[in-house]
Design a protein around this ligand. Structure first.
Ligand code: 26A
Length: 346
């Protein structure tokens, strides 16, 4: 990278989670009523998963949490620390220490709120071949409060940022904080980016999602998430992904001078870029051989991370999307949302 960026230009909030990841048989998923390639919030019946993974399988501990993953990847590609600032809530424990260290190593400026009495959140990552199923026990991540954003240091970090990114996942935790960041972005006419994150977000958190949508300049999602949004909206069940994208783009928007953009990924099929008043553009994805795939955990987050690394440099959308595809392809060849070596994006 040639030009040095201002520190803290990218700000986001999310759930800092430690991933506990292991390959498991399909029977494991079935026993817990889970589906391949899904992401859910842990209920009481899922709580034994974490111990079972650690005791009975070769579990690996990896830094996770969707927004934090994206920011670690953006930082890896940028190669200049502290461009990205992350807010989220952790406990006072060893897992928090690991997350803090991983964020620092990656160059993410993490400003964690700390819950004294609740442990750091974890996410079970159940790998079945090239699929992954996520079960998040948010724990401390769910204790995030808007006061954290009102701390003078954090408040000025938010005000000074130029780009904002929050996951749909964070709607399960604290919609008022999302609205606060979105309103700041709007007042300063700076881009606010969001992610549909998982089908259950549209199924269970549609109202807060619709409340923030007028502020959203760029919406990311995968095929299953876009379809879940469409179904929850009552759009035709067999609606084509491009049409769903067009309808997402056409939802009400506060700043009509900057029409919304939808970027929809579909695994190894091309990424769709849907813009108001323009033909849908497709960006091919390099198909990896099965033996190259370690796991697909974090692929969507890495896509966003790669995208953001270029977007904050003011690069064109096609460069941003190509870098998203590059980053996703890289992390699929590594465990969880981790990278190895230097980035090679040209
Ligand atoms: C609210 N939920 C369910 C979640 C998550 C989550 N991050 C934030 N909130 N469920 C899974 N993840 C993270 O997604 C990454 C893969 O995309 C996992 O921690 C994993 O690293």
């Amino acid at each position: 990278m040639t030009t040095k960026l201002q520190e803290g230009i990218l700000v986001g909030c999310g759930n800092p989670l430690l991933d506990i990841s292991a390959p498991v048989p399909m029977e494991f998923l079935q026993r817990y009523g889970m589906k391949e390639d899904d992401a859910i919030l842990a209920e009481d019946r899922h709580m034994p998963i974490y111990h079972e993974l650690v005791d009975g399988y070769q579990a690996e501990y990896l830094a996770g949490g969707s927004v934090q993953n994206s920011f670690r990847i953006a930082q890896w590609i940028l190669g200049q620390p502290n461009v990205a600032v992350f807010f989220g809530c952790v406990g006072k424990d060893r897992y928090a220490d690991i997350l803090r260290q991983k964020a620092r190593e990656a160059g993410v400026n993490a400003h964690y709120q700390i819950s004294e009495e609740t442990p750091t959140g974890t996410c079970a990552v159940l790998i079945t071949g090239t699929h992954r199923s996520l079960c998040a026990n948010l724990a401390a991540a769910n204790r995030f409060t808007i006061d954290h954003l009102e701390q003078p240091v954090n408040k000025s970090l938010i005000e000074n940022a130029l780009y904002y990114y929050i996951s749909g996942f964070f709607l399960t935790v604290n919609p008022p904080s999302i609205m606060r960041v979105a309103a700041t972005a709007h007042a300063k006419q700076r881009p606010f980016l969001m992610n549909l994150s998982a089908p259950f977000i549209s199924q269970l958190f549609m109202q807060p999602l619709l409340d923030v949508m007028p502020y959203v300049d760029i919406i990311f999602g995968n095929e299953a998430e876009a379809k879940a949004f469409a179904t929850a909206q009552g759009w035709a069940a067999d609606e084509d992904l491009r049409e769903i994208g067009r309808r997402l783009v056409a939802l009400d928007k506060l700043n009509s001078a900057r029409p919304r953009i939808a970027i929809l990924t579909q695994g190894c099929d091309p990424v769709l870029l849907i813009q108001h008043d323009a033909p849908v553009q497709e960006f091919p994805v390099t198909r990896l051989a099965v033996h190259e795939i370690v796991d697909t955990n974090g692929a969507g987050d890495a896509f966003v991370g790669g995208f953001l690394s270029q977007f904050v440099q003011g690069k064109s959308l096609d460069v941003c999307i190509r870098c998203g595809n590059y980053a996703a392809g890289h992390i699929i060849k590594n465990p969880g949302c981790t990278y190895s070596g230097d980035p090679h994006f040209v």
